[in-house]
Design a binder for this molecule. Structure first.
Ligand code: C2E
Ligand code: CA
Ligand code: CA
Length: 788
């Protein structure tokens, strides 16, 4: 009995041990299966992602080619040269090839059967290729290439992008040929033969499939996966013959290998465990085959669990716990894989979007704007009475905000403006940021509703003029708007945008915060402006067309010649002598006033020296200094090696310059004028608001009272008092005072009595040419008989 009783715990122990063994074995088996299943699930999910990404990237590529075809078709032309130029312009505008690097070439093929009686004997000459690295192909007839013809036929018959069979590119890597038809303007015919005759030509493109895949999959984790992509042709069969001639890309080959592809390279095709996914594109089925890289799968999980089970209950429990964890991990993994697939898909659509989106504001960009306008045109079935409007918006004072608030502030303002623009126009409007601080909104409007559009633009300008707070500081900026519209029946998208730009240019010229509607007059003005600009540049090169005229300045006390002011004149070969108002503003825009100022000052000095040589010494020579030149960094060097002369040279600087915020460089340059032994005068004093501020800051040797202030002094007592007080200020600050625009003896008398020391104006002499000045100096009669 005793022995029997002693066996009990052993038996119990054995039973427990056997039980534990069974449990552990079962648990580890489950674990092993689950591991394999979850790996399989994960692998399948990655295959799906891969296929989704490839097909999305293909869509983007096809969309690019389609956009090219619509752009070309919109010209309404059927002439190969015109279409080709249009295509090139379209590609360059959007910089499309650099955003789709796998597209090697885009070309234009014409259709020999276009407009012909019968669709027989088609010829498809290649008339353009971009970039033109393969220009020797121009003129080649593609109807001799079956791979290409397959794509062309498919494209013409379906109206969709057609894809050809695999070709080998010159570099030895695989590629495919795309074709997208361009139909004649008007309805697209449904009947195939008519369609053949109505197809003007095709946009064709060659895609390097190998680099396409590399780009398409660059964001995907491909560790542990090998893949191959094959072209199955137009009809996929279940047991296709896959070989070198169908291979579009392989993860196992680098670019070099495609050239000497050995038969065993297509390992994946024969691997029984390969997963497959098909993508259909342009009438072709592309099959993606995927296998785990050898040795990548885990096979040890089960054994490990088994050993753990044998060690004992505690460890078995642990293993049970681990298996529980694995199990929940498998569930988790599945949901993670789903999540990741979703993430990837979002990422892909983002990639596609990015090419068309401004990431800062979420608006479109320049590329998508053109495409949007094209689809607006194509999307309208009833065109009568409708127009497309382009509203071009440019911010005023944005640069200052960027400079003072930093880029974060600038970005904040741009997003704020993007919101305003979205709110200002109807929902269907396409809004894009087309440059740093430039935006364009494009929309279809009823012709009679232009006034509504202007009202919307006015609200936009108003909203932009409201200060916003950034970082606790108020930012003030504004917006100017140019609007152009074109009837839907005859839109030229590029011209439409240019017109809106011209209108904007004009709005800016008229001052800030304006809205300008494009008109043919504006166009004429802008064209004239452009021609004038070219002419100015030519004249600067010619070197002798900008000359100084000299207006004498008379000393009130002695009645003698005090000095002369050099004023620029353009001796135009066709138009005669032109005043500064005809060229200085445009030269400012061109940033070449400095060059003109320099030409004028140098030749003025030579004139002074010639006069001195003749015995007529002029004591003071003053010249006008443009704002842009005063702001120049290398201004000092430009005044340092002027020709020598004995007269005192001074620069007249507009008082209005000192109204602007950015004075740093201007003040340094003013100092360097004095350092170089020359003087500074303040011109048009009293025309701005900063008078006294300017005087104390600049400490000029002389100020010139604006002629607008001088004109009314004989008639109006209070105007006289105003000038009187200016003269007083000059006296207090010990600054000489010149009065400009003196036209009558009465004015001259009053100014002298007030204490002005120098007078200048038509009363004494108009600006004189060199010859006239010489005659004037020889005559030696400076003050008028009525004066002095
Ligand atoms: P500003 O410096 O105020 O020049 C005086 C202008 O008044 C000159 O016009 C002159 O012809 C005109 N004027 C002179 N006396 C009388 C008068 O009694 N009555 C009236 N009504 N006008 C008189 P101009 O030569 O057409 O020059 C216009 C402006 O162009 C100048 O105004 C100056 O700001 C600018 N400018 C002229 N030459 C140059 C130059 O070489 N460089 C730069 N940057 N600007 C120049
Ligand atoms: Ca002046
Ligand atoms: Ca002046």
């Amino acid at each position: 009995m005793k022995n029997h009783a002693a066996l009990k715990p052993i038996l119990a122990g054995l039973a427990v041990f056997a039980l534990v063994l069974c449990i552990a074995g079962a648990v580890s088996g489950v674990t092993h299966r689950q591991t394999i299943e979850s790996e399989r699930a994960q692998f399948a999910a990655r295959a799906d992602s891969l296929a989704a990404q490839i097909s999305r990237e293909l869509e983007v590529t096809v969309a690019t080619i389609q956009a090219g075809a619509s752009a070309v078709r919109l010209s309404g032309d059927t002439n190969g040269d015109v279409l080709r130029d249009r295509l090139y312009a379209f590609l360059e505008d959007g910089d499309l090839l650099s955003s789709s690097p796998a597209i090697r070439n885009v070309g234009l093929v014409m259709n020999g059967a276009f407009g012909a009686e019968s669709p027989d004997a088609p010829r498809f000459p290649l008339v353009g290729i971009y970039p033109d690295t393969n220009s020797r192909l121009i003129g080649a007839d593609l109807s001799f290439s079956p791979e290409r013809m397959a794509a062309i036929d498919y494209a013409i018959e379906t109206g969709q992008a057609g894809v050809g069979r695999r070709i080998t590119l010159l570099s030895g890597i695989p590629g495919v040929f795309f074709a997208q038809p361009i139909y004649a303007p008007g309805e697209v015919p449904t009947e195939i033969d008519t369609r053949r005759r109505q197809t003007v030509g095709l946009i064709v493109a060659v895609l390097a499939t190998d680099s396409f895949m590399i780009n398409a999959l660059s964001d995907i984790d491909l560790r542990g996966i090998d893949f191959e992509v094959h072209d199955l042709g137009s009809e996929a069969s279940d047991a296709p013959v896959l070989g070198t001639e169908t291979l579009l890309a392989s993860s196992r080959l680098d670019k070099m290998d495609y050239k000497e592809l050995s038969p065993d390279a297509r390992l994946i095709a024969v691997a029984p465990s390969a997963l497959q996914r098909d993508v259909t594109i342009g009438g072709h089925v592309w099959r993606i085959l995927l296998v785990p890289k050898t040795g990548a799968a885990s096979q040890h999980g089960g054994y490990v669990a088994l050993i753990i089970g044998c060690v004992g209950f505690f460890l078995a429990a642990l293993s049970g716990f681990a298996s529980y964890q694995k199990f929940s991990q498998a569930v988790l993994l599945k949901s993670r894989v789903d999540e990741r697939t979703h993430d990837l898909q979002t990422a892909y659509s983002q990639i596609a979007k990015q090419a068309n989106e401004d990431s800062l504001t979420g608006l479109g960009n320049r590329r998508s704007l053109t495409i949007a306008i094209q689809s607006m045109i194509e999307g309208q079935s009833h065109r009568a009475g409708k127009s497309i409007a382009a509203v071009h918006i440019d911010l005023d004072r944005f640069k200052q905000i960027n400079d003072t608030m930093g880029h974060a502030g600038g970005d904040f303002i741009l997003r704020h403006v993007a919101d305003i623009i979205r709110r200002s126009f109807p929902n269907e409007t396409f809004c894009a940021r087309v440059g740093g601080d430039e935006f364009t909104a494009a929309l279809v409007i009823e012709d009679r509703n232009v006034a509504d559009l202007e009202a919307a633009a006015a609200r936009l300008v108003d909203a932009c003029s409201q200060p916003v707070t950034f970082d606790g500081r108020p930012c003030r900026f504004g917006a100017s708007v140019g609007i152009a519209t074109q009837s839907l029946a005859s839109v030229e998208p590029k011209e439409l945008l240019v017109n809106a730009d011209l209108a904007l240019y004009r709005a800016k010229e008229d001052g800030r915060g304006r809205i300008q509607l494009f008109s043919p007059e504006i166009q004429a003005e802008v064209v004239a402006h452009k021609e004038r600009a070219d002419d100015i540049l030519r004249a600067i090169d010619a070197g002798d067309e900008f000359v100084p005229f000299f207006q004498p300045q008379i000393c009130c006390i002695t009645g003698n010649l005090y000095g002369v002011e050099a004023l620029a004149r353009w001796v135009h070969p066709k138009l005669g002598i032109l005043p500064p108002s005809e060229f200085i503003p445009i030269a400012e825009d061109l940033d070449v006033v400095a060059k003109i100022d320099r030409l004028v000052l140098e030749s003025a000095i030579y004139v002074m020296n010639r006069a001195e040589g003749e015995g007529h010494f002029v004591a003071h020579l003053s010249t006008n200094l443009s704002f842009s030149r005063l702001m120049e960094g290398d201004f000092t060097s430009s005044i340092s090696n002027l020709p020598k002369c004995n007269c005192a040279i001074s620069f007249e600087i507009l008082e209005s310059i000192f109204l602007d915020d950015e004075q740093g460089p201007a003040m340094w340059n003013i100092d360097s004028i004095r350092d170089a032994g020359m003087e500074v005068q303040i011109d048009d004093f009293g025309s701005g608001r900063a008078s006294v501020v300017a005087l104390t800051r600049v400490a000029p040797s002389r100020m010139k009272i604006d002629r607008e202030l001088v004109a009314p002094i004989a008639e109006y007592e209070e105007r006289r008092r105003l000038v009187q007080s200016i003269v007083e200020i000059g006296k207090v600050l010990e600054i000489g005072v010149t009065a400009e625009g003196v036209e009558t003896p009465a004015q001259a008398q009053l100014l002298r009595d007030m204490g002005c020391d120098v007078l200048q104006g038509y009363l004494f002499a108009p600006p004189l040419s060199e010859a006239e000045l010489m005659a004037y100096l020889r005559r030696g009669q400076f003050a008028t008989p009525a004066f002095g």
